[in-house]
Design a protein around this ligand. Structure first.
Ligand SMILES: Nc1ncnc2c1ncn2[C@@H]1O[C@H](COP(=O)(O)OP(=O)(O)O)[C@@H](O)[C@H]1O
Ligand SMILES: [Mg+2]
Length: 256
């Protein structure tokens, strides 16, 4: 077996442990003869406190990777480690608890409760985690303020614009004060104004001490915020580079 490439890619001193480590990660969908290798022996190490953008063409495995890191899906092979813990040893309840306490995930199509108010949507992860109503409400209102939705807290998702729904999904992800934030193309379905607002918000959130961000995107503005950029191709890590060494505008075009 070859040495996991992740070790070679880490630019951190050996004492800094990765917040997220994917080693030889493989996810195969379907069954023969029509199988898809969504992830193909992928190695990626994300140091704690860093912001990594995952880029690559549609179908390269970005969402599959985020789902595995979130524990929403299980790998066919290889390992996902979160803070040195192998997710394979966690049962589904334990993974759900991890998502309620440690990992905030903004999925590409936000799954919000359309019959509940924006505030209630943000309170839900806290209530599921056992918080009392009053503290859940207070923390939800803080998160809504952070994303600029205070005035819309009593509206339901169908009464919000696409950009506002996406901001609400971010509020729901950050309300738990996660140590890892996963963002799946957070600006891809937004108009220019909304995507600028989202990029500013993500820049503000990422400045929180110790927060690790893994963000799948095609958006050069988000790539510019990153510490490092990981290129996926056909489910493997094609390249990993310090953002300062990357010409974002031209590279983002060429990796679309
Ligand atoms: N649940 C699934 N069933 C079958 N194929 C899937 C499933 N999820 C993803 N795939 C396939 O895996 C590959 C990677 O998909 P995905 O991770 O969504 O890529 P990306 O997010 O980079 O666009 C694609 O070929 C996609 O069609
Ligand atoms: Mg995707």
């Amino acid at each position: 077996m070859t040495q996991p490439q992740a070790i070679l890619f880490s630019s951190q001193p050996a004492t800094v442990q990765p917040a997220v480590l994917a080693a030889d990660l493989t996810r195969i969908f379907g069954s023969p003869p029509s199988v898809v290798h969504a992830l193909n022996h992928l190695n990626l190490s994300v140091p704690a406190g860093k912001f990594i953008c995952v880029v690559g063409p549609s179908g390269s495995g970005k969402t599959t990777l985020l789902n595995l890191v979130a524990g929403l899906d299980r790998p066919t092979g290889g390992t996902v480690m979160i803070d040195q813990a192998d997710l394979a040893i966690f049962d589904d309840d334990h993974l759900a608890r991890l998502r309620r306490t440690k990992i905030g995930y903004v999925q590409q199509a936000a799954r919000l409760a359309n019959r509940e108010t924006a505030r209630r949507n943000v309170m839900l992860p806290l209530l599921l985690g056992g918080a009392d109503e009053e503290s859940a409400r207070r923390r939800a209102d803080e998160a809504l303020a952070r994303v600029g939705l205070t005035d819309l807290a009593d509206r339901k998702p169908p009464e919000l614009s696409g950009g506002q729904v996406q901001l609400l999904a971010v509020a729901r992800a950050i309300v738990i004060a996660p140590s890892i934030l996963l963002l799946d193309e957070p600006t891809s379905n937004l108009d220019l104004d909304s995507s600028l607002q989202m990029a500013l918000l993500i820049d503000e959130i990422r400045s929180q001490a110790g927060l690790t961000v893994l963000c799948a995107t095609h958006d050069a503005r988000l790539m510019e915020l990153a510490d490092s950029i990981a290129w996926l191709k056909d489910g493997s890590l094609e390249r990993f580079a310090d953002r300062r060494s990357v010409n974002i505008r031209s590279d983002s075009v060429s990796t679309r």
